[in-house]
Ligand binder design. Sequence first.
Ligand code: OAD
Length: 236
Amino acid sequence: MKEIKRLAGWIKQSDFTVVLTGAGMSTESGLPDFRSKSGWWKSYDPSALASVDAMKTNYPLFHEFYCMRIKALEECQPHRGHYILAEWEKKGLIHSIATQNVDGFHRAAGSVNVHELHGSLRSIRCLGCGMRGGVEDFINKAGCRSCGKNLRPEVVLFGEMLPADAWDSAINDIGKADLVIVIGTSLQVYPANQLPSLTKGRKVIINCEVPAGRSKFDMVVKGKAGDVLAELKRMV
Ligand code: OAD
């Protein structure tokens, strides 16, 4: 594919490449995304499950939804695309990954410089005192070992700010980037969807569907993340 060859050239030329990923990065691992035909938000209402309001007013439903998502992780692993990105970081071909994903697959595949913009399902804290808790305690509805209040995963819910350290690091890296590669996101969720526009460098999106706002990108590569990254790996 002509675009992939051109993108491989851009990756080799670039001194500072940042990757921004979304749920489409992990569908080939077996996790659903949010807005595709089989995505979470086609069957469930995000405000009833993934919002601060939902957590406070209907904890049992909130708990059930996040338990389901944590358990789904046990059945899935990073795929070749995650490993290729980790290898590229080691080789100096990319600097960092900013991800909206909460599955922890980039780190599990060996990426180190990962900014988890929406937190992680693998980390739990008390929604009362903030003390860290265990995933097992959350699943078993054990309550905080310090104050007894309910536990929650450290993910960003609708109505919450992004973790400042991850957000600041992502902005800082994107400000320095001469190439930003966006993979598997519909770019519908603020503020992560603003990140590509903050670079002075080239912007590329790799996605199954051609996204709205394609004109903002220097290149659109239509395809599956794993397939496109595997093809790129042969060329860089
Ligand atoms: P979406 O579900 O909105 O978008 C995923 C995009 O990836 C879609 O455009 C798909 O077509 C595409 N896609 C699916 N599989 C793919 C594959 N194998 N290769 C390439 N592209 C693929 O997910 P996000 O944009 O990540 O936030 O959603 C952003 C945020 O909305 C999530 O982090 C979550 C959600 O509500 C919170 O819960 C706060």
